[in-house]
Design a protein around this ligand. Structure first.
Ligand SMILES: NC(=O)c1ccc[n+]([C@@H]2O[C@H](COP(=O)([O-])OP(=O)(O)OC[C@H]3O[C@@H](n4cnc5c(N)ncnc54)[C@H](OP(=O)(O)O)[C@@H]3O)[C@@H](O)[C@H]2O)c1
Length: 274
């Protein structure tokens, strides 16, 4: 299990040219965990590396203060800007993608290396077994401290366990309130001490943010509904992600950790929409 895991991750997707400035701002605002991917279609990983270099140069943080997470993305999730030879085996693609990530991030290891999504939505395939084994080799070689999987169902995780594969340290999923905030997957994770990372906590739950119960809690605590959702996520053991571009929201998202919710409030939030 990771020695030092931050309690919030700053997500760098969809920021394009603003990636360096926003990543720098996020770290200066207090984020110590950064999530990216070697998937140029949605992330500018080299831009994250530029921000890190500026932060190190300015003495704001050093590499050891940060938790850097990146991902390996299969060909169907990529555009033409590939970090590997698409004709090579999955094992080689993982190794090439990792080498490219380390170059982008100007480091010799990442704290977490995540399989961006399984090859098939229906189940764990031979492609995933090969990619996962290659990721395990990256970890053994010291280039990744921990491994994770993303966009997985309970079925994927159960199949991983059934074929005797090493289970991930992290699961990163889109978290829908209408699915009990991904209740089944979170339970699988809790039982195996896997850390559940939730993304789209706000964007996947727009209606829930307007729910009278959440609005009432926010008004009483003099916070925002977004902060209630993040406080809930943290209280039930999730590691949340935010990709905010707004400095005020960065501060609010981090401050949500100080919000205390009562047991009965947590229970009600847990099943508010599903
Ligand atoms: N594994 C995957 O497949 C996958 C997929 C999607 C995302 N991710 C990761 O997760 C990260 C987060 O993505 P996301 O889908 O959760 O969406 P997001 O990019 O974080 O978008 C969140 C939205 O919520 C708003 N927001 C944030 N804090 C707020 C606050 N305190 N009050 C009001 N509004 C607030 C933001 O607006 P402002 O900018 O105006 O604050 C933004 O519009 C990504 O950057 C990426 O790293 C991973």
């Amino acid at each position: 299990m990771p020695a030092s895991i931050p309690d919030f991750l700053y997500g760098t997707a969809w920021k394009e040219d603003r990636t360096p400035a926003l990543t720098e701002l996020a770290v200066k605002s207090g984020f110590r965990g950064i999530d990216t991917a070697n998937q140029r279609r949605h992330y500018f990983e080299a831009g994250v590396g530029q921000a890190l270099a500026a932060l190190y140069r300015g003495g704001v943080v050093s590499r050891g203060d940060l938790f850097l997470q990146t991902k390996f993305t299969y060909r169907p999730g990529q555009d033409h800007r590939l970090p590997y030879d698409p004709t090579a085996s999955f094992s080689t693609q993982v190794a090439q993608s990792m080498a490219s990530s380390l170059e982008h991030l100007q480091t010799d290891y990442v704290d977490s290396y995540v399989l961006h999504g399984p090859w098939s939505g229906y189940g764990w395939t031979y492609a995933d077994v090969e990619a996962w084994n290659a990721m395990c080799r990256e970890r053994s070689a010291g280039r990744a401290r921990n491994l994770g999987v993303s966009n997985v169902s309970l079925r994927h995780l159960e199949q991983m366990a059934a074929v005797g594969l090493e289970l991930p340290a992290f699961v990163q999923n889109r978290c829908y309130a209408r699915l009990g905030w991904d209740r089944e997957v979170r339970q699988f994770c809790r039982e195996r001490k896997i850390i559940y990372q939730g993304f789209s906590l706000l964007t996947a739950n727009v209606e829930v943010l307007r729910h009278p119960f959440i609005m009432g809690l926010a008004a009483r605590a003099r916070t925002t509904p977004a902060q209630i959702v993040f406080a809930f996520a943290r209280a039930v053991g999730m590691l949340p992600l935010t990709g905010t571009s707004d400095p005020e929201h960065m501060a609010q998202d981090l401050a949500s950790g100080k919000l205390q919710l009562a047991e009965d409030e947590l229970a009600q939030l847990e099943s508010l929409a599903g």
